[in-house]
Write a protein that binds this ligand. Sequence first.
Ligand code: NDP
Length: 457
Amino acid sequence: MSGFDYDLFVIGGGSGGVRAGRVAAETGAKVALAEEFRMGGTCVIRGCVPKKLMVFASKFGPAVEDARRFGWEMEDGRFDWDRFRPMLDKELSRLEGIYRTNLGRPGTDIYDARAVVKDAHTVALSTGEEFTAKHILVATGGRPFVPDIPGAELGITSNEIFNLARLPKKVLIVGGGYIACEFACILNGLGVEVTQWHRGPQVLRGFDDEVRGHISELMVAQGIDLRVGVSPRAVEKTSEGLRVTGTEEHEVTVDEVLWATGRVPNSAGLGLEALGVELSANGAVVVDDYSQTAVPSIFAVGDVTDRINLTPVAIREGAAFVETVFKGNPVKPDHELVASAVFTQPEYGTVGMTEEQAHREVGNVDVYTASFRPMQKSFIDRQEKALFKLIVARESQKVLGCHIVADGAGEMIQLAAVAIKMGATKSDFDAAVAVHPTMAEEIVLMKSPTRRLEPIG
Ligand code: NDP
């Protein structure tokens, strides 16, 4: 080794940091990782994993009525948070243990402490220890952003939602992004009365406009009191609960307010700026294509860099960093055509361009859509419609984007992403024979365009 205590010191035990630490150790590097909270990071401890388990739990409520309509004799149930929560805690502890074991191979040290960067090669821990490292990887993730209004501290964020002592009867969710829409559906499914305020004209800004409209209609139809164009002004505690006043004379009294108003990079107080590491206006660590900061020995991956804030992307960034730095094989993490899913109910799976983006950037675009009541829903006279959408470049016939709103869309989009990543054309999709009877077969059955767009201007 090179006179340093470690070859790599990772700050942050989330998806990106753990992957980088593990694969670096596999090359024979001496690795340390410091985590101030719990191993696993946002995804495992207070994000994707507990959220998805709550999605599963929340689907049984509406399913009881569906089952009745299918001919079952069913009593209405009641969700028991007190039974679910310890199970959730147990599962998260199990996963945390796996993360710790996976990383804790010979040659790797884990420090349960907060770390700050002291100089280009030194990390100082809250325990008072200091270590030198040839490379430092900042993988500290993000944290919830809460608007600065009177009484904001009376609300909670997605950090606290999984640890609530009791499930609220009424909740106000502020925001219109991933977290806001997912929790509106989850809590509604669990029997909570949900009001959602979003400041913009439509939820899920940045996603396909037609899909945004479709999802918000489905959310309203399932009983979520979704209000757009409303911003909160103040929260106060009254004898009835938390009274929230908003713009346009909106007012609601609830048991909990959930701030789902975005996340910001977790870079404050790490000592980075003083060393010459550049931070953007929102605190993101600025890195080059190889995740290297302005200080050559310091790299950063994951949400703290605010590129694409998704677990699998952070993992790829961590792995690419190790390829580049420890295997002498420079690899840029690939941020093109990253598929994702918003776990509303039903889900939204998406990969590639939205209709608006394709129209702006490509011009001549054919849009194929299919909106229909799936067999399972129409049989029991549920109005809920699925939406399938392909965006195709007219000249090359390449599929530029795919959008699916349906039960299981998260599963479907993963497979569509393989084809689109390979450069599939519309006729490649058409050539695949349908799997019948499924919803996914629609993706190969859309014969003629619903809209033929011409270049703007
Ligand atoms: P998003 O950026 O998706 O949404 C933030 C929402 O808060 C937007 O609707 C925004 O409005 C609103 N907002 C921001 N500031 C204010 C304010 N001051 N007052 C009122 N409203 C405000 O963030 P999330 O926190 O939902 O999610 C963070 C990231 O985490 C996502 O972008 C995604 O990358 C990741 N994530 C992924 C998930 C998945 O893959 N399923 C699930 C959850 C999170 P406006 O649109 O007007 O800006």
